[in-house]
Every structure is written in C-alpha cells, then in structure tokens.
Design a protein around this ligand. Structure first.
Ligand code: 3EB
Length: 334
C-alpha cells in the first residue's frame, strides 16, 4: 500500500492513554512511558519530567493517567517546560507562578509563548490537545474574571505561534488556592484534524458577552492514530449555557453534545463506551456520585472515568466532560 497520495494515512506510532493503578517507580522505569499524571494532594511527586501532579482532587478512587508511546522515549527540560517524546508524540507540561509572571493573563501568555517556541523548533510541531488548570477560575467580575483574563493571555501567547488552527482543550478551575497556572499537552509529528460541533458555535466565534477575547480551542481533534481527543464539553448549545442550576438536564445536554461531536468526527462506532476514557469535572463534590451513576448508566461499558472536583469556566455550569475515544480506522485505500 502506498501512503504517498494520502498524507493523513501516513503511518503513525500508537499513543496509548489509560487510567491505571500503578506504582510510580515501575511506570517510570518503562522506556515507552511518555507521561504519568496524577491528581490531588496525594498525587505523585517526582523530579522526572514525565510526572505531573494536577491540583484537582479526585472524587472517586484515585488513578494515574498514563501515556505510552513507542520506545525509546526521551525526556528533558527546556527552561520552565518539561517534555518527553518518542519521535511521533510529545508530552509537555509547564507550571508558572502567576504573581512572578505579573498575573494570570501574563502567566498564560508566557506559558503559551514557551510552548510555541519549544515546539516550533522540533519535528513534532503540531499541537493536538491542551489541558489548562488554574485556581479560582470564576473569581472577578465581568471582564475581570480570571477565566476571561486567562483567555486573553492564552490568545496572545498562542497567536504568535499557532494562528490558524486551534487545538482541542480543557480549561478548569482548581480549588487548591495555589496561584500556579498548570498546563499540559500533546503535540505530534503529523497534524490532526480539528472537529467542530454542529450543536455549538465554535468557541473562537463566541460573541462579546462572554469576554473580550474568545476562547481559542477546537471542540475536538482527530489525531493520525484514529483517536478523537474530546475537548471540555458542557451544557452549551449555540453559544449559550443551558439549564442553569439543573445538574441532570446539564448532563443530558452534555451527552447530546458528545454524541454530536462523535458523529461529526466520522466515528462509525459513534458512541462512547469501551473504547472511551472520560474525565468528569464536578463543581460540587456532593454531585460526584450521581454524575458517575448517570455516566455509567448512559454509556455502558465505559472504558474509564475519572471524577475530579473542578469549576467550569462559566459559573452557572455544574459539570463538564472531556476525554479520548478510539475510532474505528477510516476506510482508506487498502
Ligand atoms: C464551553 O463550551 C465550555 O477555554 O479552553 C470548554 C473547553 C470550555 C475548553 C477553554 C472552555 C475551554 O465554552 C468551556
């Protein structure tokens, strides 16, 4: 088979993302492990650049998020940035103290400029997916809200490097009181295909009422290894939040949005299930068990679910879901 006529069919090494119980030292000893991400105050701590502890508390049994590529994985540091790579996929993470940068907007701008500079110099420049975690995301009124200021700095830092196609993303508020912006992400040698959701206005086209700088992310990203990287998805239809204060209705709407995104991505196995991993971010800890029950009931056989305490970037939203879904291979020339 020749792949020369179809660049999207270029062979790519698999990236495996799993939620597992595992012993940190054993995971780090494996030469195909790209990243080990843990959550909450008892999450993993290690000087290894592949390890990140995100300050969102797990609300169910705690698991590690483990990324595996193709051995051998190389890793290192570049200024504030930690990275690892198998030549096809790159994991990167950066944590910046907001005060030292001059505020949340300045921290976001600096983080994105660092990421852009680092990736532009490598053979893996295509950013597929970003996770952004910051404390007290809804603090501040109107355009002073910390999320809006984050969006402003992110756009400034990003536009210097990736002006044309936005990656998939999540932006969630932590409850840990630590004013450090935490970002991690995935880049690749081959570009992905951004996917928008027909039920939702593209985030970068949100009208002015949501802030001076629209959020710069795609609803999903289809990667070269037939993975659909699903951005944070909540009860937003068109550009409006739906069902303020009604958790069950927000969950229904979120699931309808996820369905719609999978259809749009061309999934022939167009339902989340055994080949999907999800994170659910819940604003109120007391809602966690119910959210888990609903998701397991509506998505039988779900491959994995991590429940995390976190604030959604609009204060009326109670829950947000992101994840990764393994698609059936597309019908290529065989
Ligand atoms: C929304 O649909 C909900 O700013 O990176 C979801 C995913 C949301 C990513 C981001 C925000 C972001 O607008 C919020």
């Amino acid at each position: 088979m020749s792949t020369a006529l179809n660049p999207s069919a270029a062979p790519a090494a698999a990236l495996s993302i799993r939620y597992e119980h595992g012993e940190l030292a054993a995971l780090l000893a494996a030469d195909d492990v790209l990243a080990v991400i843990g959550f909450g105050s008892s999450g993993p701590r290690s000087p290894d650049p592949r390890v990140l502890r995100v300050g969102l508390e797990p609300l169910s049994k705690t698991l590690l998020e483990v990324w595996r590529g193709r051995a051998p994985v190389h890793s290192g540091r570049d200024g504030e940035l930690r990275w690892s790579s198998d030549g096809e996929h790159v994991y990167f993470a950066i944590e910046l103290d907001e005060a030292a940068c001059g505020g949340i907007d300045a921290a976001a701008e600096q983080a994105y400029a660092c990421i852009g500079t680092f990736l532009a110099a490598r053979e893996t420049p295509h950013v597929l997916r970003l996770w952004n975690y910051l404390d007290a995301i809804n603090l501040g009124d109107g355009d002073d809200e910390r999320y809006r200021r984050f969006c402003d700095g992110r756009a400034r830092g990003m536009n210097a490097h990736v002006p044309t196609r936005y990656p998939a993303a999540t932006a969630i508020g932590r409850h840990d009181g630590v004013r450090t912006l935490q970002i991690y992400g995935l880049a690749a040698r081959h570009p992905g295909t951004p996917v928008e959701n027909p039920r939702q206005v593209s985030a970068w086209r949100y009208p002015r009422q949501y802030g001076p700088t629209a959020p710069t992310f795609a609803r999903g990203m289809r990667s070269g290894v037939d993975q659909l990287l699903i951005s944070g998805t909540a009860a937003v239809v068109g550009h409006a939040s739906r069902h303020a204060g009604d958790l069950d209705a927000q969950l229904d709407e979120t699931l309808a949005n996820l369905d719609s995104l999978l259809q749009q991505a061309g999934a022939s196995n167009a339902a989340l299930g055994t080949r999907s991993l999800l994170k659910a971010y819940v604003r109120h800890e007391a809602d966690a068990a119910h959210v888990a029950d609903v998701l397991h009931a509506r998505l039988p056989g779900l491959g994995g679910l991590l429940l995390l305490g976190g604030d959604i970037c609009r204060s009326e939203l109670l829950v947000e879901v992101d994840g990764v879904h393994q698609l059936d291979p597309p019908n290529r020339l065989r």
